[in-house]
Design a protein. Sequence first.
Length: 366
Amino acid sequence: MTRTITLIPGDGVGPEITEVVKRCVSALGVDIEWDVQQAGATVIEKEKTPLPERVLDSIRENAVALKGPVETPVGKGFRSVNVELRRKLNLYACVRPCKYYEGIHSRISNPQSIDIVVVRENTEDLYAGIEFMESCGADNPLLVFLRKHKGVDLGCDTGISIKPISVQGSERIVTFAFEYAIEHGRKKVTAIDKANIMKYTDGLFMNVALDVSKRYPNILYEHVLVDNMCMQLVQFPEKHDVLVLPNLYGDIISDLAAGLIGGLGVAPGVNVGDEFAVFEATHGSAPDIAGQDKVNPTGMLLSTVLLLNHVGETAAAERLERAIAAVLKEGRCVTADLKADDDTTPPVGTREMGNAIAKRIEAGAD
Ligand code: NAD
């Protein structure tokens, strides 16, 4: 039966990497029909919003989407498309598998041993958007409350962002991480926060994580403070497996982990909730190289591997991953960002790299 999946090409380099995905999925021969829905800066003029309702309707209908990067114009009064998608579809978990593929440059001496999955809470924490500007006057009710009930006298030149972390939100994300670990044959979950300093928020997250861990006796559990984890990820990344974090630390550690395995161009991801899943590469719309056939399609293709696994096309997912890995390892048909400094052979364009992967699939060579 044909499965329909929402496809959002997005802005900048989005359409170029989307074309590569279409070419490779067609080579795989899986019965997928793309419901192409434009969103982002490209539709604002015509539809007066970067995230038209039809895009959300399509994802609600199909339950699964593949999304290119989208731009949200700064200072024009639009909320971030990515934040809105997460909020409106309740995509409470951001999952970023960071696995090393041979042929990619990493600054780590033994990158082959890296196979980390970062699970980031997507809805709470300092990203909840509860903010107060400086200069709102000394009678600002928040400043008055803090003075009266906390004995804290903040000056009017202080901006404030509120960090809400709930039991329900923490339990939901930590349970998600343990269930992910079981489903993917992982051995350990590490909860990460700064509980020693922020006792009522990160401390809550730590306590909830410990409680949830007791329901999963077959998965190892540990708790590490975020500063210590930054050091450990650089020194001993191979020691880590599934990491679960509140929103802000999750955002930062996801990028750190992506850096370990070769950076933005190769890192895949998914924003997922109980009903819907939106797969996307980690990188943005890269306007500096848009339309130049230079963008590395690996992150979007590895996101497609995750998507195929998600919809039960596991054999196709494996074939696609093997073809990507083979082209990366060979190092000949790859974009400029993947070329080693001492490699004098010329890079290829996005399309050609995509073709090389598709041809490997078609040849069944891997
Ligand atoms: P970016 O990721 O677009 O680019 C950063 C740098 O990395 C650029 O030099 C770019 O050329 C390079 N780069 C990124 N991906 C690459 C790839 N696959 N291959 C080769 N080089 C690559 O980040 P930015 O410049 O900060 O953001 C540009 C726009 O993208 C902004 O409008 C931002 O809001 C948006 N953005 C969207 C998403 C998303 O939709 N998920 C994520 C991040 C940024």
